[in-house]
Ligand binder design. Structure first.
Ligand SMILES: NC(=O)c1ccc[n+]([C@@H]2O[C@H](COP(=O)([O-])OP(=O)(O)OC[C@H]3O[C@@H](n4cnc5c(N)ncnc54)[C@H](O)[C@@H]3O)[C@@H](O)[C@H]2O)c1
Length: 512
C-alpha cells in the first residue's frame, strides 16, 4: 500500500449514478474502472442468470474478491463499486486509504431508475428494495469522505476538481456538495485545510476579516490582492461599515472577475457576504469560517446582511458562496466563551434534526476542537439540505429560526452588546421550548446550557417591554400575526402562525 496514491471511489445505491460519475472521471483523464462491468465479464453471464444459478452468496463472494483486489492494488484513478460491495468487511478495510465519494440518491429516485430493469435482480420487489436501501444507507454514510447528491445528472463532472483537490488535502478532510436553486458549491471540512496550499478559485482574492482573525490567519490564505480588517464584534455589521468596505474595494481596483474571501466568524461572513452580493452587483465569495458558530451554521445557505439599530439582520440579500472552507484547527484559538456560544447553533441544529445528530449534540462531552469535525460536518449537512429544499425562507427553511425570534429580540433590546449571538439564541431556545409546551426538553436544554456556562436567565436589567417590542418588529412578523418555530420533540419542528402575544410575554418574563 505504501507509495500508492488514493483513488476516487464512487459508492452508492442502485441508480445513484456511479457509472455516470465514473465516465466523468474518465473524461477528465483519470484511469477509470467500473467494478460492476468487470464483474459481469468475469461471471461470464448476465447477473440475474448468475443469481439464479449460483445464488446471491456466491455472487457476493465473487464481488468481494474482485472489488477488494481492485482497491488494494489501485494507484490513483477512479473506481465505481457495485452497490452491495461495501457489505464486505474486506472491501471496507481496503477503502480506508481511498477517497470514498457517496452519491446519495433518494429512495424514490433510486426506485424510479432501477425498478423493472432486467439487469437489476434486487429491484424486482419494492419491499425488498426499501429494506436494502435502509440497510445500506448508514454504511455508505459511515464510509463517505465526500457527500454528493446522487441521481445522475452531470454533477460529478462539476464536482471533480473539488474531489481531486480533496485527495491532496490532509487525510481526515471531507467534502460536502451544497446545492440550491441559485447555486451550488463545495464545502470542505477538516483540520489543517488552511495550511495545505489549496484554494478553490484561481482569480485574484480580496479578503475581508476582523483584526483578531486577520492577524492570526490572513497569511495562511495568501496571496491576497487586498485585505480589509474591521473591528471584531457585532458592531461591525452596519451599513456604514459596508459602505467603507465597498469604497475600499473600489479604490483597490477589485473587479467582477476577482473574488472576495470572508475570513472570520458569522459577523464577518454576513458583512462580507453582503458586500460580495452588492459590489458591482455581485462578485463570488469564498467563506472561511473561523468560529464554531460560523462552521456549524452561518457560513452555509447564503444569507447575508447587516443590522439596523431598530432590528437585527434587517438589511440583506441572499448570495450563495462559491466555496466554504471550514478548517477546524482555527477553533483552537477561539476563546472558550465563543466556542460555547457557537455550540448553541449546533444545539439548535440537533434539536431540529433529531435522531443521530441530536444524540451527538446532547452527549458531546467536550468542545475540544480536535473532536468537533464530525459535529461541524453533520450540522453543515443538515443546514445545506434544508436550504436546498427552500433557499429563500418561503417554507421549510423557516424552521432554522428556532429560538431566533426571541433571541434576536434580546440582542436588539440590549443594543447587541450584552450577549453574544449564540448566548441570546440559547435564551431564545428556552423561550421557544416553553411556548412549545415541551417542559422536559426545556429542562434538558437548560442543563446543557448550564454545563457550558451559558446564560439560562435574562439579566434583570433587560427590559421585558424592550424585548417584546423587538419581537414585534421581528422580520418574521407578517400580516398573519407573529410566526414562531415551535418544537415538541427533537426532530419535529413546526411553525405556529398565530402565536398569542400574551404567552410570548410570559415566556420572556420567565427568563428573568
Ligand atoms: N447568515 C446566517 O445564516 C447566520 C446564521 C447564524 C448567525 N449569523 C450571524 O453570525 C453572527 C455571530 O457570529 P459569531 O458568533 O461567529 O461572532 P463573531 O464573528 O463576532 O466572532 C466572535 C469573536 O471571535 C473572534 N474570532 C473569530 N474567529 C476566531 C479564531 N479562530 N480565533 C480567535 N478569535 C476568533 C472574533 O474576532 C470575534 O471577536 C451574528 O451576527 C449572527 O446574526 C448568521
Amino acid at each position: 500500500v505504501e507509495g500508492l496514491k488514493p483513488a476516487i471511489v464512487f459508492v452508492g445505491f442502485m441508480g445513484a449514478g456511479k457509472s455516470r460519475a465514473l465516465r466523468a472521471a474518465a473524461a477528465a483523464g483519470l484511469d477509470a474502472v467500473d467494478a460492476d462491468e468487470l464483474l459481469k465479464g468475469e461471471l461470464g453471464m448476465p447477473v440475474p442468470d448468475f443469481f439464479e444459478r449460483h445464488g446471491e452468496a456466491e455472487f457476493r463472494g465473487r464481488e468481494e474478491a474482485l472489488s477488494a483486489g481492485l482497491l488494494e492494488r489501485a494507484d490513483g484513478g477512479a473506481i465505481a463499486l457495485g452497490g452491495g460491495a461495501v457489505l464486505s468487511a474486506r472491501v471496507r478495510e481496503a477503502l480506508e486509504r481511498h477517497l470514498v465519494v457517496w452519491l446519495d440518491v433518494s429512495l424514490e429516485d433510486a426506485w424510479e431508475r432501477a425498478a423493472g430493469r432486467e439487469d437489476r435482480p434486487l429491484a424486482a420487489d419494492r419491499g425488498r428494495f426499501e429494506k436494502l436501501f435502509s440497510e445500506r444507507r448508514p454504511i455508505y454514510e459511515q464510509l463517505a469522505d465526500a457527500f454528493l447528491p446522487g441521481g445522475g445528472g452531470d454533477l460529478a463532472e462539476r464536482a471533480l476538481p473539488s474531489l481531486t483537490a480533496l485527495t491532496r488535502l490532509p487525510l481526515e478532510s471531507r467534502l460536502l456538495w451544497a446545492s440550491s436553486r441559485s447555486g451550488e458549491y463545495p464545502v470542505f471540512v477538516g483540520a489543517g485545510l488552511l495550511g495545505a496550499g489549496f484554494w478553490p478559485l484561481a482569480s485574484r482574492r480580496f479578503c475581508i476579516t476582523d483584526t483578531t482573525v486577520g492577524r492570526r490567519y490572513a497569511d495562511s490564505i495568501a496571496p491576497l490582492s487586498g485585505r480589509i480588517d474591521v473591528h471584531p464584534g457585532e458592531g461591525a455589521k452596519t451599513l456604514a461599515e459596508a459602505e467603507q468596505i465597498l469604497r475600499e474595494l473600489a479604490r483597490a481596483g477589485m473587479t467582477r472577475s476577482d473574488h472576495l474571501v470572508a475570513l472570520g466568524g458569522g459577523v464577518v461572513g454576513d458583512l462580507a457576504g453582503f458586500c460580495a452580493a452588492t459590489y458591482q452587483r455581485g462578485v463570488p465569495v469564498v467563506h472561511v469560517p473561523t468560529t464554531l458558530l460560523a462552521q456549524v451554521d452561518s457560513a452555509y445557505g447564503g444569507k447575508t446582511g447587516v443590522d439596523l439599530p431598530e432590528a437585527k439582520n434587517y438589511v440583506g440579500v441572499y448570495h450563495q458562496p462559491v466555496a466554504v472552507i471550514a478548517d477546524t484547527t482555527t477553533l483552537t484559538t477561539l476563546p472558550r466563551e465563543e466556542l460555547a456560544a457557537g455550540f448553541v447553533e449546533a444545539l439548535k441544529t440537533g434539536l431540529l434534526a433529531g435522531g443521530r445528530l441530536w444524540e451527538r449534540v446532547r452527549s458531546l462531552d467536550s468542545l475540544e476542537p480536535a473532536a468537533l469535525g464530525d459535529l461541524v460536518l453533520d450540522c453543515a449537512r443538515f443546514k445545506t439540505a434544508v436550504v436546498a429544499a427552500d433557499e429563500r425562507d418561503a417554507g421549510p427553511r423557516t424552521i432554522l429560526n428556532l429560538g431566533h425570534t426571541v433571541g434576536h429580540a434580546i440582542e436588539a433590546a440590549t443594543s447587541y452588546r450584552r450577549y453574544r449571538h449564540g448566548e441570546a439564541i440559547g435564551l431564545g431556545l428556552l423561550a421557544a421550548l416553553r411556548l412549545s409546551g415541551a417542559a422536559d426538553l426545556r429542562d434538558e436544554v437548560r442543563a446543557i446550557l448550564e454545563q457550558r456556562d451559558l446564560p439560562t436567565r435574562l439579566d434583570p436589567s433587560v427590559e421585558v417591554a424592550a424585548v417584546l417590542a423587538a419581537v414585534e418588529r421581528d422580520k418574521k412578523r407578517t400580516v398573519d400575526g407573529l410566526r414562531l418555530v415551535l418544537l415538541g420533540r427533537p426532530g419535529e419542528p413546526r411553525e405556529d402562525r398565530d402565536v398569542d402575544p400574551g404567552s410570548v410575554r410570559e415566556a420572556v418574563e420567565e427568563l428573568i
